[in-house]
Design a protein around this ligand. Structure first.
Ligand SMILES: *[C@@H]1O[C@H](CO)[C@@H](O)[C@H](O)[C@H]1NC(C)=O
Ligand SMILES: *[C@@H]1O[C@H](CO)[C@@H](O)[C@H](O)[C@H]1NC(C)=O
Ligand SMILES: *[C@@H]1O[C@H](CO)[C@@H](O)[C@H](O)[C@H]1NC(C)=O
Length: 386
């Protein structure tokens, strides 16, 4: 059992966190002191998720003056953080606004990618962010973990570049070998190396704090989360590319400088959505490792999402499960896809509402300079699931 006793709080000079492998006694003494001393009610079961930094915690970091009550540190007032995350939050207060921003961006991208699906990544008003539905180790849960982690890498990497954090600056990535010899490497790049490291420390720590029984379902879920967090972090790095700019008199391009630049977050979302479609079902074995459930399938790489539970069908509302159901959701009568009424409404049928839309049309441009339009009335049918 010894190798399960990780304590993740040693912070290095370069602000990376180091895993410390400790024997049982030191673990109990050192880790408990470090992790649990200032985290208050740390030992209570933690139902929330750190992604709450992007929801309820967001206001706290935007207006910290409203939330500092006496000597109570800010970090203890954000529900959802694990004891270790609460500790890191205190050590890296200036990072937390960006962690929140990253989580928020991840959630928004999730909602966009899943807007036409039965589970649409909707959030609830508590620190679990997505509600109990993500307690199921489904592909959806895998996607949510990955996109949130990639959002944090994204936000922190950019914050470094913009000089908003005291512990990092422009990327110090080495010059790509294939870069044209005449071009200058050295513009200020997004610091994905730092973003990756910080996110790894912060997001994964909660999975390392508990000692699950080897081979148990809980351990399997924890391994699944760790795997998918890594997929998300790598996605941000994978999509980062070299960008160059011309300088010189009237665009002569006599001088070219290049740097490392994050892609758009949409690109990362699209990439992870593909990974969601190709996710691999795994299970935890007796040795406490994940293995592919169906041996004839390929072993997932560190870039592939994994899941351990089949998804529910998300058709009907079920409070216990946390499923909102699809009743009332808009659907497309002519589509064969997930957004089609047939699949979206799970065969229950749909209601049709006829409405008219007024819109500007037949616009003419008059010289010079105004545009004249007519108002057209268009009949549309809106379908919503029964
Ligand atoms: C909700 O889901 C749970 C777990 O799958 C199931 O046991 C229960 O019967 C469901 N409740 C309703 C009202 O469908
Ligand atoms: C998701 O679906 C629910 C109904 O199931 C709806 O109330 C909500 O507005 C939708 N959310 C988004 C972000 O589309
Ligand atoms: C509905 O689906 C059809 C076929 O996929 C598509 O051509 C059409 O644009 C969709 N309509 C809307 C309103 O999204």
């Amino acid at each position: 059992m010894k190798e399960d006793l990780w304590c993740y709080v040693k912070v290095n000079q370069d602000h990376s966190f180091e895993r410390r492998r400790l024997d049982t006694i030191s673990y109990l003494l050192i880790c408990w002191l470090l992790l649990f001393s200032s985290a208050g009610k740390a030992a209570a079961p933690n139902l929330g998720t750190w992604m709450n930094l992007g929801v309820q915690g967001y206001e706290v970091w935007r207006n910290p003056q409203l939330y500092v009550v006496g000597a109570q540190p800010l970090c203890t007032q954000i529900p959802g953080l694990s004891p270790g995350q609460s500790k890191l939050c205190q050590l890296y207060q200036d990072h937390m606004g960006f962690v929140g921003r990253g989580a928020r961006q991840g959630i928004a991208e999730c909602q966009w990618q899943f807007r036409n699906r039965r589970w649409n990544c909707s959030t609830v008003e508590d620190s679990t962010v997505f509600g109990p539905i993500l307690n199921i180790g489904s592909r959806e849960a895998g996607f949510a973990h990955a996109i949130a982690a990639s959002g944090v890498v994204y936000a922190v990497s950019r914050a470094c570049r913009e000089g908003q954090l005291s512990s990092c600056g422009c990327s110090r990535a080495s010059r790509p070998k294939s870069l044209n010899k005449d071009w200058i490497w050295g513009g200020c790049g997004d610091n994905v190396e730092y973003g990756y490291k910080f996110t790894q420390g912060f997001v994964d720590i909660r999975e390392r704090e508990k000692n699950y029984k080897r081979g148990s379902l809980e351990q399997g879920r924890s391994l699944m989360n760790l795997h998918n967090n890594e997929v998300g972090r790598r996605a941000t790095i994978k999509k980062t590319r070299v960008t160059c700019k011309c300088h010189g008199v009237s665009g002569s391009c006599s001088l070219v400088t290049c740097w490392q630049q994050l892609s758009s977050f949409r690109e990362i979302g699209d990439y992870l959505k593909d990974k969601y479609d190709g996710a691999t079902e795994v299970k935890v074995n007796k040795r406490g490792r994940l293995q592919v459930k169906n041996p004839s399938y390929a072993i997932p790489t560190a870039n592939d999402l994994v899941f351990i539970d089949e998804s529910p069908d998300y058709c009907v509302q079920n409070q216990t499960l946390g499923s909102q159901g699809t009743s009332g959701r808009p659907c497309n009568r002519t589509s064969d896809g997930m957004d089609g009424c047939n699949l979206m409404c799970c065969g229950r049928g749909y209601n049709t509402q006829k409405t008219t839309i007024k819109e500007r049309c037949k616009c003419k441009f008059h010289w010079c300079c105004h545009v004249e339009c007519k108002t057209c009335i268009r009949n549309v049918e809106l379908h919503t699931c029964k």
